[in-house]
Design a binder for this molecule. Structure first.
Ligand code: COA
Length: 335
């Protein structure tokens, strides 16, 4: 059995900054409400004509991660692409990135686990590297939320939270055997699938059916979120899955050097921090600048924290996520 480690990180966000005041011009909301409830000050949105899409942003983040790993696209044995906002209903973003980067006919796997997508994707990559089947795997999380949100008053409790962006990591065989990805822990609970969901287009809601058969107030083609319900489950599951990861490695909360929680809502991160009694410098948040970028949030935050020198060799880094499904997970990494 081999072990795996992250050898390269990169992120990309569109240039277009959308502040809370900008959103207040589109819907009945305000900066104070958004900051108080979510901590978000601004987010990035793709601008029509700026050349970005979920896959294109994923490819941009990937190029940076590849450079930092000192690898070329030819060195990659597999792509794992996590998103809930693919460019096309099918095929998924993995093959698009493969084509954009001019890669060999390596497998491209698409992961659909929403806010937990990156943790699921890292876990898949970790298993393939551990068995020795592959040596270098490109793991991507990317989202174009702004293309599919309801910016009218009706959608305000959802649309203010989400932003666009992409992050990528290279998961490689850990040649030195020191540290690396120690373990990953994944969960789901489908009975809550409707509480944070987007129902169409899908086989249940093909586009003509949406228009012809559904009443105007039934809008399955915009995301639905039972915010308070999600919040209550998130704070329980985040803490649980972090503890599960630590215990399975005989570690304690006090051993954590850096916790990178999925950037769902600053209040959720603060709640977890408080519950685990972690000091401010042991939790990294950047939701204030980017909003919730779902599958992209952890790789963007991880890359930023690493770029800022907040993650050093030997550090215990914990990644944790919770989201639609519900699904949740953690990854315990010795850097
Ligand atoms: N601007 C201003 N007012 C808004 C608003 C907005 N963007 N969105 C909702 N409101 C209003 C509501 O209509 C409601 O008004 P009322 O009291 O007159 O009915 C009031 O604000 C409170 O709404 P509520 O939904 O109870 O707010 P909340 O305190 O639960 O906060 C969330 C809403 C979405 C911020 C919060 O529930 C949350 O963050 N949940 C977790 C979501 C999450 O993390 N999702 C991603 C998981 S991966």
């Amino acid at each position: 059995m081999y072990s795996s480690k992250i050898t390269g990180l990169g992120y990309y966000v569109p240039e277009n900054v959308v502040t809370n005041d900008d959103l207040a011009k589109l819907m009945d909301t305000n900066d104070a409400w958004i900051q108080e409830r979510t901590g978000i000050k601004e987010r990035r949105h793709i601008k029509k004509g700026d050349g970005n899409s979920t896959s294109i942003m994923g490819a941009k983040a990937s190029r940076i991660a590849l450079d930092r790993a000192e690898l070329s696209p030819d060195d990659i044995d597999m792509i794992v692409f996590a998103t809930l906002s693919p460019d096309m209903y099918f095929p998924g973003g993995g093959v698009e990135v493969q084509e954009m980067l001019g890669m060999r006919t390596v497998p491209a796997l698409d992961v659909r686990n929403q806010c937990s997508g990156f943790i699921y994707a890292i876990s898949v990559a970790d298993q393939f590297v551990k068995t020795g089947m592959y040596k270098h795997i490109l793991v991507i999380g990317s989202e174009n939320h702004s293309g599919g949100l309801d910016f009218s008053d009706r959608g305000r409790s959802v649309s203010v939270i989400f932003g666009d962006g992409a992050g990528a990591a290279i998961v490689s065989r850990n040649e030195s055997g020191e540290g690396g990805i120690l373990s990953t822990h994944l969960h789901s609970e489908g009975k809550h699938k409707d509480e944070l969901s987007l129902k169409g287009p899908s086989t249940g809601y093909w586009v003509p059916q949406i228009i012809a058969e559904n009443p105007q107030e039934d809008i399955p083609y915009y995301p639905y979120m039972n915010g308070q319900f999600v919040f209550k489950h998130a704070i329980v599951r985040f803490a649980e899955v972090i503890q599960e990861g630590l215990e399975s490695n005989d570690l304690e909360v006090g051993d954590i050097d850096m916790l990178i929680p999925h950037q769902a809502n600053l209040r959720i991160s603060q709640f977890i921090q408080h519950k685990l009694k972690l000091e401010d410098d042991k939790v990294f948040n950047n939701i204030q600048k980017y909003g919730n970028t779902t599958a992209a949030s952890i790789p963007i935050a991880l890359t930023e924290a690493w770029e800022m020198g907040k993650i050093k060799k030997g550090d215990l880094v914990v990644l944790a996520a919770f989201g639609s499904g519900f699904t949740w997970g953690s990854a315990i990494i010795r850097w």
